[in-house]
Design a protein around this ligand. Sequence first.
Ligand code: COD
Length: 320
Amino acid sequence: MEKLEFKEIQPLTSISAVLDLARLIARVKGPKRVAVAAAEEAHVIEAVNEARIEGLVHPILFGNPDRIRRVAAELGVRVQNLEIRPAKNPVEAAALATQAVSRGEADILMKGLVHSSDFLRAALNKEWGLRTGRLLSHVFVYEAKGYDRLLFMSDGAMNINPDLRTKIQIVENAVTLAHVLGIRTPRVALLAAVEVVNPEMETAVEDAIIAKMADRGQIKGAIIDGPLALDNAVSEEAARIKGIHSPVAGKADILIVDNIDVGNVFYKSLVYFGRIRGGGMIMGAKAPLVLTSRADPEEIKFLSLALSVVAAERLPYAQS
Ligand code: COD
């Protein structure tokens, strides 16, 4: 059946709209198959089971069958509804789950009870991984009270200390995900502590370079500016008070942070202090990767699956 990727859609402005689109895709095309690496973890089983009951996904659980069955039983999940494939340990589970996606037996790869780095190294394996030649980077999509559109934040989970080249690809991946959600020309803010280009702040200088490259058409499909402080990126009032004239100021769709520490603290502040709704995924691979951390709320895992269902269908390079 033809993919729905090139169909123009109205820009999605809320997490509920992302979930509705995932439901529509699953209804029309059937559930997406999710390979879960080391699935013997309660929150993961809960999230995939909820997505299964909704008809969004068909889970394939890799790991220790006895433990998976025990955790499922404790949760009251009917074991006969689960497809389980044995693996000796978490690293082997990550390898087998990745290979299943690589062979086209699954559309989405999800991390369970395995270290992020082991999970990501499996996806990056040169022989049987999910490389496309693109950078892999994480994007978190969420809605914030009082903001009239979705926000995308990257990269708080994969690239540790990106250099200029890597940062450009992080921007491009986030822009592609915005396109997937119908946002045709997203506004990208390259975040820094200040909005002046201070030569002593190396990453702010890089932001200015990226903004200039975008002005010259070297990065397409988005309006990009930086460095911008967070308040000026998302508050027109703040931008006005500071006298900042920028097509992005106060209207950002995408927030790009300098490194994994900033992004991770940003993300966890949203979850723990803001209690926001959202989901994330890794872009750049042959299939969406769901990389949530063990302590993440179950709803974030579920919404990450919903986002990945949409991406598996609409991302031009996803093999699904
Ligand atoms: N995209 C594409 N290819 C990559 C990427 C990337 N983001 N990162 C590395 N590669 C390729 C390289 O080109 C190389 O071919 C190979 O992979 C190995 O590269 P290394 O040696 O630089 O990478 P590793 O294996 O040491 O580390 C890669 C990880 C992704 C494992 C590492 O960056 C990491 O641990 N990231 C943080 C993950 C994490 O702990 N997240 C926490 C929040 S959930």
